[in-house]
Design a protein around this ligand. Structure first.
Ligand SMILES: Nc1ncnc2c1ncn2[C@@H]1O[C@H](COP(=O)(O)OP(=O)(O)OP(=O)(O)O)[C@@H](O)[C@H]1O
Length: 581
């Protein structure tokens, strides 16, 4: 947003009440993307808009929609019951909410003596069903609908909803909506809409949608690209630091203690790791007093209920004190919290496109911001030249840990915290396994290779004292240094490792008793068989035994994991983009 353009110079005569809203919002000048998009989109052009994060794209489509409702007289009873004028689709509920809030801010200044313009939110929640949406729709007769793909589709398929007056479709974060996970729903939505409509596609990374954009029914679209030297806003500093995985949390604490910031977002790879580290960070703050200043922690991921997700975002946004949000990619795109001036990525996102979106939560609307990405020493360092090719330049940042325990003492602190409650250990194991599964899905697969992962360092980062049994790290179990996967000299008696929660512990003890009985029977059977087997066969079975043992151990741990999962419905690998309608 370097160039400044007065709203009076806008190449489209904006309604006085819209202009008043803009003044009240304090937007003294138009951003470049607004100056180029508003006149085109308001004047019946289809647009494909790419402009850096935080450059004001939302206003660039909301103003034309409001203008078109007026110019096409949809703000009259002419728009029949069951019909609507504009549809805005976004990939997440939070983003839909944000767009809806912005529309409401405009509508506050709409003349009270005119036929009302209304907007309705369509997102899946536990509190309301599609039927409720329909009831509200028929009663309030909104011209604008804003929602997530699943819920919008369900709504449009209701027999009383008429789509033939839909004159504008906006896909916000369009590249995301056009990718594989959403395209099925988007395609169905497109089929329900009339061909004679205006379409606007908006994103900071629309280029990555490639030819998919032509499947949206665009007609002679204008491509609006607001150029910037790099792909990130000028006010945003992009940094990376090379680390050993086991030092990541210490370094995170060090940044929090030594860097000035108002609000910080920390990205984790999976929902489960957010849950896990949220509780550990609070312990480090409250019990270990490792944070110099009072900081409020928040956690947000896609497996949480919609209501609580929105509440968290609102509280994080409104809080005047220093705050840190631990989250996943669910809060990577579009979320606009103006005070966020620091973004930390503990790991690069598995989808490269997400990198800019995550970073772009800071440095919005010309405000100064910093985004720091941790890269594991070794192959991951290639991520820097990889991004450079994509016009994303990162500067190296050296990061010293000061005023905190040594690495060794920190691991001891972490370990003893985990040992207080088996539930924490379960979460640690699940976070670790989910991390590895997620790592496999990296789009930059030549850089993020399982073979190059430091599995031991990673386990220590998650506070683990034993490697979980998983095929990817089987070789460690055959290694004498990590006998049976133990990372500590004194193995922990896992049978005595208890849950803090009494009921959960009782259940575990019951299961343990049963499994001991089964094992006893199995042992007796094997011994009898051995007594009756000729010596020559014994050599062969000895060789098979170790393989069988490893398989059994893996099975047992899998069962333990299942037990742990039963008591905690939180998903492991992050799939939180997919909204349930
Ligand atoms: N003309 C303007 N002048 C000053 N600030 C503005 C202007 N227009 C929008 N903003 C502010 O800029 C911020 C970013 O806007 P918005 O969320 O629309 O960005 P975006 O381009 O959609 O970003 P992203 O790609 O991350 O979704 C918001 O806080 C918004 O209030």
């Amino acid at each position: 947003m370097s160039k400044t353009l007065s709203w009076d110079e806008c190449d489209y005569k904006i309604q006085p009440w819209i202009k008043t809203s803009i003044d009240v919002m304090g937007f003294d000048t138009m951003t470049p993307v607004q100056a180029s998009t508003i006149p085109m989109f308001a004047r019946n052009k289809d647009v494909v808009v790419e402009s850096v994060t935080g450059s004001g794209k939302t206003v660039a489509f909301v103003v034309p929609i409001l203008e078109k409702i007026i110019s096409e007289e949809a703000n009259t009873p002419n728009l029949k019951k069951g019909h609507f004028h504009s549809l805005i689709v976004t990939p997440t509920r939070e983003l839909s909410n944000q767009v809806q809030t912005l529309i409401q801010s405009f509508l506050e200044h709409y003349p009270g003596n005119e036929y009302p313009i209304r907007s309705q939110l369509l997102v899946g929640t536990n509190q309301s069903s599609v039927r409720d949406d329909l009831e509200n729709f028929l009663q309030n007769r909104p011209q604008i609908l804003v929602g997530t793909p699943g819920r919008v589709l369900d709504f449009l398929q209701m027999p009383t909803v008429q789509t033939k007056s839909c004159s504008v479709l906006v896909l916000d974060e369009a590249d995301r909506l056009l990718d594989l996970s959403f395209f099925g729903e988007i395609e169905k939505i497109l089929k329900t809409l009339p061909k004679q409509r205006r379409t606007g596609l908006f994103s900071a990374t629309i280029g990555s949608a490639g030819s998919q954009i032509f499947k949206t029914g665009l007609r002679n679209p204008v491509k609006i690209t607001v150029n910037s030297k790099t792909k990130a806003p000028a006010s945003l500093g992009l940094f990376y630091t090379v680390v050993e995985p086991e030092t990541k949390i210490l370094r995170l604490l060090s940044i929090m203690n030594n860097y000035k910031f108002k609000k910080c977002i920390v990205y984790f790879p999976t929902c489960i790791s957010v849950t896990y580290f949220y509780s550990f960070m609070q312990y480090l703050q409250k019990e270990q007093k490792l944070l110099d200043e009072e900081v409020d922690f928040f956690s947000l991921h896609g497996k949480l209920q919609t209501g609580s997700r929105q509440k968290t975002l609102d509280s994080f946004g409104k809080l005047l004190a220093k705050a840190v949000l631990l989250t996943t990619d669910v809060a990577a795109r579009g979320i606009d919290i103006p005070d966020v001036d620091l973004v930390i990525q503990l790991d690069p996102p598995s989808d490269t496109n997400m990198f800019l979106h995550r970073c772009g939560r800071a440095g919005r609307a010309n405000k100064e911001g910093r985004a720091i990405t941790f890269l594991n020493r070794g192959r991951e360092e290639d991520y820097v030249p990889f991004l450079e090719v994509k016009n994303i330049e990162l500067k190296e940042m050296s990061l010293k840990v000061t005023g905190l325990p040594s690495e060794k003492s920190f691991y001891e602190i972490f370990k003893s915290w985990v040992l207080q409650d088996r539930a924490r250990y379960d979460l640690a194991v699940r976070s670790y396994v989910a991390f590895v599964k997620n790592y496999m899905k990296h789009s930059a697969s030549s850089i993020f290779r399982l073979q190059s992962l430091d599995y031991i360092g990673l386990a220590k980062m998650y506070g683990l004292f034993r490697l979980p049994r998983m095929p990817e790290i089987n070789t460690y179990f055959q290694n004498d240094t990590f006998k049976d996967g133990w990372l500590v000299d004194q193995p922990i008696n896992m049978d005595k490792f208890a849950y803090m929660d009494k009921r959960r512990e009782e259940k575990r003890l019951d299961l343990l008793k049963n499994s001991n009985k089964i094992n006893e029977k199995r042992r007796e059977k094997v011994e009898t068989r051995q007594r009756n087997t000729p010596w020559s066969n014994k050599m062969q079975s000895k060789e098979d035994r170790s393989a069988r043992k490893a398989k059994l151990a893996m099975k047992r741990e899998e069962i333990e994991r299942q037990i742990a999962n039963e008591s905690d419905s939180d998903g492991d690998v992050q799939e939180d983009w997919k909204e349930t309608p």
